[in-house]
Design a protein around this ligand. Sequence first.
Ligand code: ADP
Ligand code: MG
Length: 721
Amino acid sequence: MTDLSTPITTVVGAKTGALLKSEFEIESVEDLLRHYPRRYEQRGALTDLGSLEIGDHVTVQAQVKSFKNLKNAKGGTRQEVVISDGTGSLALMFFNQHWREKDLAPGRQGLFAGQVSVFNNKRQLTHPEYELLADFTEVNADDYAEAFLPVYPATKKLQTWTIERSVDLVLAGLGEVEDSLPVEIRKSQNLMDLTIALREIHKPSSLESLDASRLRLKWDEALALQVVLAIQRHEEEAWPAISRSEKPDGLLAAFDARLPFTLTKGQQDVAKTIAQEMTAGHPMHRLLQGEVGSGKTVVAVRAMLTVVDSGGQAALLAPTEVLAAQHFRAITNLLGPLAQRGRLGAHDEGTGVTLLTGSMTTAARRQALLDITSGQAGIVIGTHALLEERVDFFDLGLVVIDEQHRFGVEQRATLVAKAGSDRRPHVLVMTATPIPRTVAMTAFGALDISTLSELPAGRSPITTHVILATEQPSHLTRAWERVVEEVAAGHQVYVVVPRIASQEDKELAPGQRQAIALEDLAPQLISGPLSGVRVDVMHGQMSGADKDDVMQRFANGPAHSDGIDVLISTTVIEVGVDVANATMMVIMDADRFGISSLHQLRGRVGRGSAPGLCLLVTEAPPFSPARERLAAVASTNDGFELAALDLEQRREGDVLGRNQSGARSSLKLVSILRDEEILEQARIAAVAIVSRDPELVTQPALARAVQSLIDQARAEFVKKS
Ligand code: ADP
Ligand code: MG
């Protein structure tokens, strides 16, 4: 008798077994049964051939309409077969295979699989694989009695019908299987047994039971995932952390006293939550999300000062050197004399603020490392350089991670471990990319979430317009005039381009052109429309020191002797750069950026009291998705609305980011976006299970499912690194 752990080769034989392994890493009966059909064909209802796209690997059910044996110019023959499903037709092409005529007689029905290509303006499959149904007269035979024909994720070497036959063999020999879903959950959620669900998803007896089987199997994935997260959290919470609280008349109090503005209600609420959580004896894990410019940094600085007040250190990890340097400047400014411990004019309660990045000189780095180790630096700001082994904190009490989606889970773990082997720091992660709760929870592990939804008072909204460079070239001319006017009014402007250099040697798809390059545009602007203003450039290939110099001069403002009026740059300025005097941004080839990038980018302007203007320049054709995307960005400033739109247009995998938990690969049925309800219910169930039985001793089958999820995530991680 086979069970789920039986090696697949013992059921399907060595040859098919080897294919299953090489194509889909299927090794056990369970692996195969969890290789779910991608879709189902209903017998009789033929696929919409008209909807096939070039390059798709497809399996279609259709009928042979005609068979032609043709001679090629060079002496060979070719066989042109036309198949149809009633809505469209498709050519099959074979070379020198006239014997196919007896297979592919007009009227025969079958499944045809191959890659869609175009020849003579017609869609075709070249040398497709096929399997013919029994003769017409036999269509109602038992073999074809079932209503739904599963179509599996397949490859060129392993066709869907081979997989289907393997599944048939497995199901024929399979008895009752052990159910990994605890019986209480099955009862309370009214879910199908695993044994039945595994049969139904491969061989649905009706649409209703197919739905029920999918729901049940989604639960398997959702629960295993949530149990992994719950265990992670349980373990993290089991670590001790040092309780950190503000000192009366300490640094935080001095900071609040000199803050030039009052905190928004949202900032106050989050600050209170954070203060409370950091007094607990176990580590805080909080995600702070909020629009660009919503004032997350101030909240983070207050948390850092709380830790410094209590004698500890805080580290802020930023994704780029530009951003780290920017944070360093902004925080030093906000702190004023409070950041000057030991120096003349310093405040009694001051602390050291230290920057650590990869491009620092050896001497500067040595000093920074020393300050970090000795505790002189209460606040440490840095890039990936902070993760290096030689960075050794005196007493790391809080880790703040900015733009967390740019970092992987492992990187967070590396920094967190620097608090010592016997305790954990508090953790605050910040992101300006709003994401649905379940996505956040899955991508970022078990974090609590706070959201800053209001912008500080006195901000002027950003107006965004789309400029159609090919259709309305005069608008682009006007845009450059507007840039000059903006500068004349004492403001500053960003011009953003998609790439540094043009890629002459790159092959372009038909109708595509080179993206506008900084190297080409900058000289044109400097000698042309922007000749009267001070222009400089910044891009990712410049050294850290050069970037920093440009950014510093741009931040100095136009009044400064070496100030910069217009900064032409790549997306190095995408995240977090904060120059309040910048009021206008022109984004060239805006269609080459994603929705969230555009939203992030334009968040760089309108940060002061003057209104912001963003121009999205594009040559995308009318009615193209790119143009719709730009129109959407222009129509709203609501980051959450745009995030939802973005998610719709992208696959979820991209949302989670390649660096995030590998766990998603095991989410075959459950969708982090659409199955929010299941994921939430599963989370509640998982927390209950783990708090009762963290080792899962009473749930051996669930424990195995969870272990296999962890193993998979680990394997993915190893593959990637
Ligand atoms: P975020 O990191 O969320 O994009 P920042 O923290 O950089 O936003 O804040 C943007 C700007 O707004 C900064 O110049 C900051 O000093 C300022 N700011 C923050 N909070 C307030 C507030 N409550 N009132 C006025 N200005 C604020
Ligand atoms: Mg910020």
